[in-house]
Design a binder for this molecule. Structure first.
Ligand code: CTP
Length: 402
């Protein structure tokens, strides 16, 4: 996968701040992604979390003292670790380390190591709001940005010191997400990609609707993968429980009509359009203004057809790559190829739904890509993020050839 941190050497710098406990979770998540992680702690960080915790989780010695001679190599450890690192993340980054590094001061293990690093470095500032907004910290952060270092903006909210405002360490999942982005191949840089995801809901009355079991996982996986790889991504999403992907413009819609409007307004300049959404084909012809009461033994619901958004995009198609998804319960090849032709697509991703593996709500999928030249490619069952990356690879191959 082009955004994979498996076997990457990542150094986690931990400074003395209340949020140091979150660094343990960052380490755990990085290890879950099979990254090789080494931890450097400042002396003050040891007041908050013990080095043993990091040592046990990273399965590596923790570096805390520049002059410590545990295995005879301590004096050059900062150089070796710096040379090996694929990426470095300092989280939490205190005002102290930001100030020291912005001004070239190297007086402990972490600051000395940082000066020797040539790989990308991301700082995650975390401190009291007034400290964070102080002229001095802001000036130092500006210096670091200008020097090419990545600063992950802190979150706003209630802080441990009782104040409220910017200064909170972002959630560990989000920090790890940005490390993955940092290490991803940027082969989609300059490409504008529009993705649709999730189901639509077609209201019957104010409290009821017609929908389907789509959870949006496939579309969100595509949007995230494209963002990791440097694309400018817009995601038009029906109702889902998934968090908005970082650095992706998300437009939330509910009905098929709203989705159509959002797609047509935003698709004009797209290089690639990927429609994973499970759009309701029909909507109730009339919507009751108030809750329908169960007075009658039988009621009929009249449905009218929604516009086929993808087919309409196919009619208007110019040079953009158009990709659809086809969920079928039988005869996948025939139905998918029929949709590919009728909707004027470049690729359609077909999968059989109603099976124990893949389909709605699962983390994995077993899909076949059908191409407009009549060929097809069946993939083994794999995680939806892996499907997303292979799909983006195939799209890129088509852009490069044309
Ligand atoms: N689609 C769309 N607008 C609709 C219905 C579907 O844009 N009103 C898109 C979906 O996002 C998907 C593709 O068309 O990319 C195929 O959707 P699917 O539900 O599998 O097929 P339909 O075209 O709706 O045909 P049918 O329901 O008869 O299988």
């Amino acid at each position: 996968m082009k955004s994979d941190i498996r076997n990457k050497n990542i150094v986690l710098g931990v400074c003395g701040g209340i949020a140091a406990y979150k660094s343990v979770e960052i380490l755990r998540l990085l290890k879950k992604h099979d990254a090789r992680v080494k931890v450097i702690m400042t002396a003050n960080a040891r007041w908050f979390v013990g080095p043993l915790t990091f040592e046990a989780l990273s399965e590596q010695p923790v570096y805390t003292d520049l002059f410590e001679k545990s295995s005879g190599d301590a004096s050059i450890r900062h150089i070796d670790w710096a040379r090996e690192a694929d990426a470095v993340v300092v989280a939490p980054a205190t005002a102290n380390i930001i100030g020291k590094f912005a001004n070239g001061i190297a007086d402990d293990a972490l600051s000395t190591f940082l000066l020797a690093v040539t790989s990308p470095v991301m700082f995650c500032p975390s401190m009291n709001t007034n400290m964070y907004l102080s002229k001095s910290v802001q000036k130092n952060l500006k210096t670091l940005k200008a020097d090419g270092f990545i600063i992950m903006e802190p979150g706003a909210g209630e802080l441990a010191c009782g104040t409220s405002g910017p200064g909170r360490l972002p959630e560990p999942e989000d920090i790890v997400d940005r490390i993955i982005a940092l290490l991803s191949v940027k082969d989609l840089k300059g490409k504008r990609i529009l993705v649709t995801a999730g189901p639509t809901r077609e209201p019957i009355d104010p409290v009821r609707f017609i929908s389907n079991p789509s959870t949006g996982k496939m579309g969100y996986a595509v949007a995230k993968a494209a963002e990791y790889r440097g694309a400018e991504v817009m995601l038009i999403a029906g109702p889902t429980h998934l968090p908005d992907p970082i650095n992706v413009k998300v437009v939330h819609v509910v009905t098929a009509v709203e989705m159509a409007q959002a797609v047509f307004t935003n698709s004009k300049h797209s290089d690639i359009i990927i429609k994973t959404a499970a759009v309701s084909d029909y909507r109730p012809k009339e919507q009751a203004k108030t809750k329908i009461k169960k007075e009658k033994d039988e009621i009929a619901l009249f449905l009218e057809k929604n516009l086929d958004i993808l087919k309409e995009l196919g009619k208007r198609k110019k040079n953009e790559i158009l990709v659809g998804f086809a969920a079928e319960t039988q005869d996948l090849k025939n139905y998918a190829q029929k949709k590919l032709t009728e909707k004027n697509l470049d690729i359609i991703v077909g999968n059989l739904v109603g099976q124990p593996i893949g389909g709605f709500g699962t983390d994995t999928n077993e899909v076949t890509f059908f191409y407009k030249d009549g060929t097809f490619e069946s993939l083994a069952e794999m995680r939806k993020d892996a499907v997303a990356h292979i799909l983006l690879d195939r799209i890129l191959e088509r852009i490069t050839v044309s």
